[in-house]
Design a protein around this ligand. Structure first.
Ligand SMILES: [Zn+2]
Length: 186
């Protein structure tokens, strides 16, 4: 059997991180609900480790109505308080506000017949596959993520800086940044 090689962050005994690397990260998935989930998780990740978020992922799922955009878009002040008191997630006022706000933006889009996936594909019609030899070559952001970030802010999204958006694009497979030798690149 050929030896399995991984990006170094996925080459770990931490099962959640390894499984996420092997089965999810970089895999093209533009399901509307999944896009919202990853946008929320990536915005909460800002300043923290991704492993921290993965360990709290099920708590986030529970706290944010299974990442149902319509349901979250109708969250009330009481829901906001509930989230601020939920020790299972990251209790950050700005991030919680942004997650609810972003569901409202997406809900409006859906009502008007627009969707997140179409918006993203206007910038990235086909997944971008980078061929980096080393993880030190993988950028934290680029011109494209800056452009998408700028347009999303214009559309009313919050907490969507170029770095968060770059990570988000990697997560949903619009940018494939598994390093060249990684067995999970394709
Ligand atoms: Zn990899």
């Amino acid at each position: 059997m050929p030896e399995i090689k991984r990006c170094s962050w996925g080459d770990t005994d931490d099962e959640l991180s390894r499984k996420y690397h092997d089965e999810e990260w970089g895999k093209f998935n533009l399901d509307e609900k999944y896009l919202y989930e990853m946008l929320v998780l990536e915005s909460f990740q800002s300043g923290l480790s991704w492993a921290t978020i993965l360990y709290k992922r099920e708590n986030f799922r529970h706290a944010f109505a299974d990442f149902d955009v319509e349901k979250v878009s109708k969250f009330t002040d009481a829901d906001f308080e509930r989230l601020m008191n939920d020790a299972g997630i990251i209790r950050n006022k700005l991030k919680i506000n942004a997650a609810i706000n972003n569901a409202q933006v997406l809900s409006n889009w859906h009502r008007n017949g627009n969707c997140f996936s179409t918006f993203l594909c206007e910038f990235i019609p086909n997944p971008i596959i980078h061929h980096f030899d080393s993880e030190s070559d993988v950028p934290a952001k680029n011109e494209l993520s800056a452009k998408i970030s700028k347009e999303m802010k214009k559309q009313g999204f919050k907490f969507v800086g170029p770095t968060t958006i770059y990570s988000f694009l990697q997560a949903v497979g619009l940018i494939n940044d598994h390093i060249e030798k990684c067995s999970f690149k394709y």
